[in-house]
Write a protein that binds this ligand. Structure first.
Ligand code: CO
Length: 160
């Protein structure tokens, strides 16, 4: 059974480290499978649009994204193409509770990654999914949305 993990809150150095590539040889291990499932459950239970491994205390390049089609697990994600055009949208973060702000992100991106079944994959994304992927990949590089946000504000209930 997947379990919901504790989420690391800002400020914490783990959120500021550069995460290392996940060892592909380990993707099919039992421990990895349950890690990916636990990350998905942690994201869903906390009503997040995405979650990055540093947020659960691991400096490895693994993220999960909450899409209408279900959880997308992306291992060693790399943005290979981004639109020149950016779009401003409101963001929050499970590691920075109740804080929201406007962040400019590339409207469209292409991203290559490895799936949780150890396959090479590529996604072209726009809108909220593109935003979520950019936000989560920033986490892997020790960057938080508040570093880039304008008009930071504190609120009670909003999607993270
Ligand atoms: Co975040």
């Amino acid at each position: 059974m997947a379990k919901s993990l504790e989420i690391i809150k800002d400020p914490n150095l783990i959120l500021r480290n550069i995460s290392v590539d996940f060892d592909r040889a380990k993707i099919n291990s039992k421990a990895s499978k349950s890690l990916f499932l636990d990350m998905a459950k942690t994201m869903i239970e906390n009503d997040g649009l995405g979650l990055a491994a540093p947020q659960i205390g691991l400096n490895i390049r693994v993220i999960v994204i909450n899409t209408p089609e279900g959880t997308l697990c992306m291992i060693n994600p790399v943005i290979t193409k981004k639109s020149f055009a950016k779009e401003i949208g409101e963001e929050g973060c499970l590691s920075i509770p109740k804080v929201f702000g406007e962040v400019a992100r590339h409207k469209k991106i292409s991203c290559k990654f490895i799936t949780d079944e150890n396959r090479n994959a590529k996604i072209e994304a726009s809108g909220m999914i593109a935003r979520a992927i950019q936000h989560e990949i920033d986490h892997l590089d020790g960057i938080l949305f508040k570093d880039k946000a304008k008009n930071l504000k504190i609120e009670k209930t909003k999607k993270k």
